[in-house]
Design a protein around this ligand. Sequence first.
Ligand code: FES
Ligand SMILES: [Fe+2]
Length: 455
Amino acid sequence: MLTAEENETLTRTGPDTPMGRMMRRFWLPVASAHQVAAPDGAPLRTQLLGEHLVVFRDTDGNLGVLDEFCVHRRASLALGRNEEGGLRCLLHGWKFTCDGTIVETPNHKSANVREKIKQPSYPVIEAGGMIWTYIGDPAQQPPFQKYGWFDAPSENYVVLRINNPANYLQLYEGGVDSAHVGILHMNMMNPGWKDSAFVDGKTNQDGGKGWGGEAGDYGEDGKAGMYMSSTVFEETPDLGIEDTAYGFQYAALRDTGQDENGDPAWSVRITPVMFPAGRIIPANAFQFYVFEIPMTDEMTATYLVFHGSGPQDRDVIIDTMGLADLRFWTYEGCDFQASWNDRLGQDRDSMDRNWSGFAGIEQEDSVIAMSMTPIVDRTKEYLVPSDEAVIRLRRRLLDSVALNEAGGNPLGLTVEDYSNVVAVPDTVIPKSADWTDLARGNSETGRTVRGEAAE
Ligand code: FES
Ligand SMILES: [Fe+2]
């Protein structure tokens, strides 16, 4: 449970809020590259931390991120003509280059306006199939942070964007809530289903949501084993949590009896959480990155990145995530659309064999976040021990906000390379071993090494 004030601090991300100021210290994703793939294509109208932006690719392939509303009289540049090296406002034809320079003002012959003002613009970098921008104070612009999939061949990763109508924090909390995975996303809670739930390493109850199987085994229909193995079905794992320089990492620790030496053992799944908005979900077939980026306080751009060791099949991933139903989401459109008019699309008739009545994990996560109201009232919760990672997420975010408000660097800002931060899918180790040894890079990334200058 939080105080009303803490809940406000955590969930409000506009320019005059503590969280908004903290998040503005970072480069953040503003689009998936496929949304503005073509030179001179349609500009993308989007939002980031409450700011209205337009993203476009000019004739030469350069990217621009501009304020959406024309500096002249505020028409939306998302309607503009994108041609001949710039974006032209429809209303009076003012033309802007990628950095906001005004090159034509048809209704004003003198050059004085062109020389004096610009359309507000932001720096932009395309990396890893995503378009990143920095909307904070130019004097504080940090180095661009590198993630593990940036250097991979583009066919080895898939990027999906889902605009979810809910505050970023309830989606982020879902991402660190290990206990829900074996409940919401499974068919294991009905006692009558439990014993019969597996056939050939995948569930037989859900039309193949992609659970079960061995690492790298996609199964006959290409789905089984992509995500995680059966150890996830213990709903009350012990949690190990370690604070890191960039946030924290946690391990879900599930009893597996004894290992081959007869020592007590458990299966470990490690999730690193990289502030202000990222995490990596343990999955067998890939490193599965998720970023929960506030568009507004009530709308979140969720970016999913599936990075495997070989070529990835986007359609299989979309299907497995429960996103293949075009009524709810399309790859091109990105908006998650569900309405209480039909109970957010829940199929009650399927619930004699499907726990949730929804098609798969991303659809389930989206509707649950929506169902909580746009911004959860966290003064009314009743938390239990398995919510410990959720509590840590909030505490560390508040720590990071406090550091920034005091004039310091928020958590994670000085990390330049996240390549050594990884999720660890189910791995059995003796209980006497230290789970943090499974991914030393998670503990060490961003740490100041003794002898180096303090950050
Ligand atoms: S409003 Fe854009 S040119 Fe006039
Ligand atoms: Fe989930």
